[in-house]
Design a protein around this ligand. Structure first.
Ligand SMILES: [Zn+2]
Ligand SMILES: [Zn+2]
Length: 82
């Protein structure tokens, strides 16, 4: 199950589970659409994999399968990738 992390690793902006601006790689590294396009150019800075739109979990399922609340924030990793 996807963790649905609550923020962008680059800029720490909030990415709630219903957000259509969340992008994710196969290892669940999570970024906002703005960082993905302008800074990362569609590539995950941690693993080099592609970043795609994160699927949204229906609200009815979030009660039983809640989104992660653990924030991951690595601004240094973002800079070196740019
Ligand atoms: Zn961002
Ligand atoms: Zn990654």
């Amino acid at each position: 199950m996807l963790q649905l992390r609550p923020n962008c690793e680059c800029c720490n902006t909030d990415l709630p589970p219903e957000s259509s601006a969340a992008r994710i790689c196969s290892f669940e590294c999570t970024f906002c659409a703005s960082c993905t396009e302008t800074v990362l150019k569609g590539r995950c800075p941690n693993c080099g994999g592609e970043l795609v739109m994160r699927p949204r979990r229906p609200a009815s399922k979030l009660q039983k399968f809640p989104a992660s609340t653990e924030r991951v924030y690595k601004p240094d990793g973002c800079r070196t990738a740019a």
